[in-house]
Ligand binder design. Structure first.
Ligand code: ASP
Length: 585
């Protein structure tokens, strides 16, 4: 090694040792005859000292000439500091340098490489390798590393075998667009990158692997958001001879293992909720259970009293924001404007303040007596000092709007503490979901998900009511994982494709290999996949998964550091037998 110690290692007991350190110059403080230099590496920062008189002039001048981020190596003696820095683990000592070697010079970095930086997002993305030198950024990737190691430990101990599946495949329907790769040796043909290893892990079950997992890259061409990247990582798992209960228990074990060993948090039990209840009480299939604020339906209490907007509504629904009864006119107006923004789309917001003296003040006082409002408050479990917020309209849209408002109120009232973790299994998802645009049913999870046996007769006449053996893991309102018990016989799989609007030929062309495999002794099986980047972000207490990815893409799916995607040479296109003619529409 070019060094005897790291920059995070030396303590008082090392005083008088002759050491050699190497690292980056974080800062030089030049007080004339006295120079302090902070030397940084992954492990920490150590202060070097160069002093006129005891340090020779050449060395002093050399130290003075160093710029930020120069890579240097120094040898010297560890001495006790006269003024100690208790914020630094190495703050009791410094190294009195006797030699200094510049291993590499550095241009002035485009932003300050310290915990607090002056660099904007785009700039830091362009120079991601410099951003990664910052502790706060690197620590996120170290958290990811820990989670990966602990995942492998748990899965291995549970007899799961890690198997790699191919990246050049054909379409796996997870509901997004595919990224495609042209084949040179098969002109005019394309591979698709896996949206998930779904079909392969099922084939491994047919092969008798019994328990499979993989920490794997998946690719989905979707519009990007803070919690979405075009390439992301899953902990992908599959098991044979299991029912839903076995899967939930096995992976509750994984979640618990990670919380204990990475985060030092002991989870209570993981609650369960049906999809139907999640929608009814939270308007959302991934409710944030760090706070209650359940929906209360007010239809029979609020209708028939002459308020036309409520009378015409399919649903009148309220939430009780505890302790928000003191909200001012201005605050309530701001909330009203907030729900009226196009992103939420509500027409208005009705409020009822539960006054300390037992009276009620509402925006619809004209239509409702104190008795009426008291009945609402009782239904909503509201006490003096609370605020009831009510939305109305068609049921589906109103639930969605109320779900947003609930989260907003949770935020405003400080109920979404990042250090509190409320995991939840959402179960009994519908098998199919009606898509207005294409006017047909889509698989809500994916087409390999099995319907609940008792619901199969509904498939013909009421497909929307069929429930699936499908489940999601939600933590603090974020979907962290999802899976299902699969179909494992050809006739049921064929029936499923039929209901999804595939012709026999299409189903055969796309998934014939899987249906054929089912004819060679496929065991009952099921599985789950966790969004690993999101899992890391939840552990790190952040909304964005980008920070947990070493080299992420920006909002337009671009890597601004390597400048990709980019055009390719005419020669490459020729080899691929491709002529470019971009469509304008
Ligand atoms: N392949 C599914 C997904 O990516 C997960 C699963 O069903 O196991 O969401």
């Amino acid at each position: 090694m070019l060094r005897t110690h790291t920059c995070g290692e030396l303590r008082l007991i090392d005083v008088n040792k002759e050491v050699t350190l190497a690292g980056w110059v974080q800062r030089v403080r030049n007080k004339g005859g006295l120079i302090w230099l902070d030397l940084r590496d992954r492990y920490g920062v150590t202060q070097l000292i160069f002093e006129e008189g005891s340090t020779d002039k050449v060395l002093l001048d050399k130290a003075a000439s160093l710029g930020r981020e120069f890579v240097v190596r120094t040898t010297g003696k560890v001495i006790e500091r006269t003024s100690k820095n208790d914020k630094l683990p190495t703050g009791d000592i410094e190294v009195k340098a006797s030699s200094l070697e510049v291993l590499n010079a550095a241009k002035v970095p485009p932003f300050i490489i310290e915990d607090e930086t002056d660099g904007g997002d785009e700039l830091r993305m362009k120079y991601r390798y410099l951003d990664l030198r910052r502790n706060v950024v690197r620590e996120k990737l170290q958290l990811r590393h820990r989670m990966m190691q602990e995942t492998r430990k748990y899965m291995d101990a549970q007899s799961f075998i890690e198997v790699e599946t191919p990246v050049l495949i054909k379409s796996t329907p997870e509901g997004a667009r595919d990224f495609v790769v042209p084949s040179r040796v098969n002109p005019g043909e394309f591979y698709a990158l896996p949206q998930s290893p779904q079909t392969f892990k099922q084939l491994l079950m047919v092969s008798g692997f019994d328990r499979y997992f993989q920490i794997v890259k998946c690719f989905r061409d979707e519009d990007l958001r803070a919690d979405r990247q075009p390439e992301f990582t899953q902990i992908d798992c599959e098991m044979s001879f299991v029912d839903q209960e076995d899967i939930l228990n096995t992976f509750e074990g994984l979640v618990r293992h990670l919380f204990t060993n990475v985060k030092g948090v002991e989870l209570g039990g993981i609650e369960r909720m049906t999809f139907a209840d999640a929608m009814k009480y939270y308007g959302n299939d991934k409710p944030d259970l760090r706070f209650e604020m359940k929906f209360v339906e007010l239809n029979e209490l609020a209708q028939g009293k002459g308020f036309a907007i409520f009378d015409q509504a399919e649903l009148v629904v309220g939430i009780c924001a505890s302790g928000a009864g003191e909200y001012t006119r201005k605050q309530i107006d701001a909330l009203t404007e907030w729900v009226k923004r196009p992103q939420i789309g509500a027409k208005g917001l009705v409020y009822v303040k539960c006054n300390e003296d037992g009276t009620f003040k509402s925006s619809v006082d004209k239509f409702y007596t104190q008795e009426d409002l008291k009945a609402w408050a009782e239904r909503a479990n509201a006490k003096a000092g609370d605020l009831i917020l009510v939305l109305s309209g068609d049921a589906k849209t109103t639930r969605k709007q109320m779900s947003e408002l609930r989260l907003k109120m949770g935020e405003e009232l400080g109920l979404r503490d990042r250090n509190v973790f409320k995991p939840l299994w959402v179960v009994d998802f519908p098998l199919l979901e009606w898509d207005e645009e294409t006017q047909r049913y889509h698989a809500m999870h994916h087409p390999f998900t099995s319907p609940k046996k008792e619901d199969i007769p509904l498939l013909e006449n009421d497909p929307g009511a069929v429930r699936a053996n499908a489940y999601d893991l939600v933590i603090n309102g974020v979907e962290i994982g999802g899976g299902s018990i699969r179909i494992h016989d050809r006739p049921t799989q064929q029936l499923m494709f039929k209901h999804l609007g595939f012709s026999d030929e299409e189903a055969q062309k796309q998934f014939g290999f899987l249906m054929e495999a089912f004819e060679y002794g496929a065991p009952p099986h099921g599985g789950i996949a966790f969004g690993f980047d999101r899992f890391c972000a939840i552990f790190g207490g952040s909304d964005s998964i980008r920070d947990y990815i070493a080299f992420p893409k920006n909002n337009s799916g671009r890597d601004v550091m390597i400048d990709s995607p980019s055009t390719i040479a005419e020669e490459q296109l020729k080899e691929l037998s491709i002529a470019l003619a971009l469509r304008k529409e």
